[in-house]
Design a protein around this ligand. Sequence first.
Ligand code: SF4
Length: 391
Amino acid sequence: MGGSANMGKFMRSPILLKKLPLEYVSPSQISTLETCFLQTAFGTAPWYRSHTFVGPKARLGRVCHTLLEKVLKGELDHTDRVEWRTELVKSWDSLVKQEEKAVQSSQLEGHLGPAQRWPGYSMLRARILAIGHELLGHRQSGSVGGGTFRSEVWFSAYGGKLHGRADVVRISPSGVELEDYKTGEVYEQADNLSQIVKPQYLRQLLLYAAMYHDTAGEWPVRAYLVPLTGGKISITIDPAEAEGEAQKALISLSAYNKSIAAAPAMELLASPSAASCRFCAYKAFCEPFWSDASASWEWQSSIALEGVVLSSRLSQIGEFLLEVQAHRGSVVNGVYKISGIRTLNLEVGEYVRLLNLYPNQSGGERELRITDYTEIWRQSAYPQSAEDTLR
Ligand code: SF4
């Protein structure tokens, strides 16, 4: 690019995906499966999965999740109580290092810097160390609150079509209880602006309960969501409701497999909409998204635009100020001023896709800001051939 400025259109990147049927579905996959078949298909392709933007929040979530898994699998059971904290800190540090290394070598995330400055670092570290300590205590005694304690319990239920792993199963005289640890936010805003537990998480608990019943022949009485941010959310298991969720999941799995077998092109599996695309990790690769997205979607944040860089200059505070002519995305077409970028490898005339831009609070309507969560996609980052993606 550069001298021979690309003032044409953003080159369409064909969606190159194998038609891979799903053998089974897990509770965490269900909401994606019901939102957009194309998003599910992207998730089955290693090339696309490894080229998505992960971001600091998800990277810290991954650290917490892996550390929890180590504890629940018994990998620290050989240590004495006095060594637990040291061992947990060692594991945390080594997992964080891996994520920092991945960030340093990532085209999209190189700007994130050391993990200690990622949002939520100190709080998550403190919480996961405390939870790890508590779980090690339960594992060592094999019991909690008078009941038995099992962790990392795998299920293959409904003829192998539903798979999943419950973090904790507790069996007490009053019945079976399940626990599912969540590293991210568990609440969302309802239409009436109240805070509610994410419905997909409640549904996951019901699916775990149905899988437990299908494999053990007994219904759990209760299930808990355990967010790392603190607290514990409890639901009473209604067997009819849980069985209904399992049947709905089986229907979705079968519908997906039939659809990919029949689709003449994978793009036809897409269900673009303001709600389904908002948090999809594959927007950068998804032509149906760019064709359908418009300002009418009213995304106030996480703004997406595709366009051409008209100018760039370094401001007095050491940030680059870009002017980008937007041609497509969740904005009205026009020229936008974009600030917040400290290292710049974009050139005037270059076509880009920018995802997760935020309004510049101190600026005007056409002023946007790049944050730690912004994805900057250059044309050269896209797959150049089918071989790139179908391996
Ligand atoms: S961006 Fe939208 S249409 Fe494309 S895969 Fe994601 S959810 Fe589906």
